[in-house]
Design a protein around this ligand. Sequence first.
Ligand SMILES: *Cc1c(COP(=O)(O)O)cnc(C)c1O
Length: 224
Amino acid sequence: MSNLKQKLDFVLQKIESARLAYSRHHIVRLVAVSKYSEVDKIMELYQCGQRAFGENKVQDLASKMQQLDVLPLQWHFIGNLQSNKINALLDLKPFLIHSVGSLELALALNQRAQAKDMVQKILLQVNASYEPQKGGVKPEECLEIGARIQEECQHLKLEGLMGMAAQTSDVNAIDRSFKIVKDLFDSLQGASVLSMGMSGDYEIAIANGANLIRVGSEIFRSYF
Ligand SMILES: *Cc1c(COP(=O)(O)O)cnc(C)c1O
């Protein structure tokens, strides 16, 4: 068995335990964040059954999608989006954009999606740790901005929320950030996707109700 498959299986097993501890009826989807990786590894994971992959740069997404266009993969965009890259990103028709972190960005995306006569699925990113270097709306603005996107952006489909935990080894602080996003998710009309959890914290995220996690280094980084 390859090293990559072993690491994927290890992550899947941890997800399964965390999921069962939360609820037998709770389904968790895994987005394998391939930003550290080349297409041969994505292909290998595809052969293990993995379908959803995430990238944080529009150029990298374009290049990997093109190289792998024969495979039926589901591509997620998870990075900071500059307004001059919106057209290029929409043209790629990503399955889901996780990182819409302001009303301004949502309005700009909506306008371009309208011009292209398409509807793009998005998540609203919440900055639950209030870290200035992170994107996302403040928790106290989240529901109002979410409602405005639903009212004003006919060419976006707001599927839910994306959150990142506080950057700390303090488990309680991580837990608090995820709880804030979960509470907002429960209050947001029609939301079905709660994208929280990365390599260091996805078990805590699942314990707080995440149903989509984004794991990169634990799968792709080689230790051998
Ligand atoms: C890179 C990245 C991830 C994956 O991070 P790892 O710690 O490598 O698992 C998840 N989400 C976002 C937004 C990222 O940029």
